[in-house]
Design a protein around this ligand. Structure first.
Ligand SMILES: [Fe+2]
Length: 227
């Protein structure tokens, strides 16, 4: 499903990973490839970890990986990150130095940020690393791991007329609320991975300050129904 939906950098990175086709790749093998490319590695964690541990790992160029695998009935989408999402979705682009620099800078900004800004920083990660789109000469492509590990959202995010696709502006992103249990109503589109590299070298905490000054955008989705 990836050709014409995932960006060429992402597909190239998947080839670099050279995942085995008949078994779950082991973390040691993944770390070996990442270390050779960008000095990153992966660290096994329980499904969800706190902000501080998350930021600490990223700042040390270690990507946290939950190691359980989803059940067959959750093949298309589940809210918790499983090993398929983490390994197949997240690790390939960490071989790209521009993408890797952004994730490292994000972790460092998280460590330096006031805890009250953690939820705002989470939006930056959500709309890039997890649900990011990138423009290409052939059309809009995905590089976000949340999209790439969901066959349904991969088609929706790149081909459907329903979602809104906005040019990626970090302050705008920080002001945009999201839900984790629906296909995204809004995606942000970067021009290329160079934009992530520029973002890595920008004043992320300054962007937060500006987003706070301007205030949150109203949600474009209905509130979550009580269950
Ligand atoms: Fe993720």
């Amino acid at each position: 499903m990836l050709p014409d939906r995932a960006c060429p950098e992402w597909i190239g990175a998947l080839n670099e990973m050279n995942f085995p086709k008949n078994r779950i790749p082991q973390l040691k093998e993944i770390s070996k490839v990442l270390l050779e490319h960008t000095g990153w590695s992966v660290a096994a964690v329980p499904a969800l970890i706190g902000f501080t541990e998350f930021f600490q790992l990223l700042a040390n160029k270690q990507f946290p990986v939950a190691t359980f695998i989803r059940r067959r009935e959750h093949f298309d989408y589940l809210q918790e990150p499983d090993v398929f999402h983490e390994v197949f979705g997240h690790t390939p682009p960490l071989t790209d130095h521009r993408f890797a620099a952004f994730v490292e800078a994000y972790g460092k900004a998280g460590l330096a940020a006031d805890p009250k800004d953690h939820a705002m920083l989470a939006r930056l990660f959500w709309f890039s690393v997890e649900f990011g789109l990138v423009a290409s000469a052939e059309g809009t492509r995905s590089y976000g791991s949340g999209i790439i590990s969901s066959p349904g959202e991969l088609v929706y995010a790149t081909e459907s007329d329903t979602p809104e696709r906005k040019a990626f502006d970090p302050v705008d992103v920080l002001r945009t609320p999201y839900r984790i249990d629906i296909y995204q109503p809004i995606y942000f589109v970067i021009e290329s991975f160079d934009q992530l590299f520029d973002l890595a070298n920008s004043d992320l905490l300054g962007h937060i300050k500006e987003a706070r000054r301007l205030g949150m955008h109203a949600p474009t989705f209905p509130p979550k129904e009580a269950v």
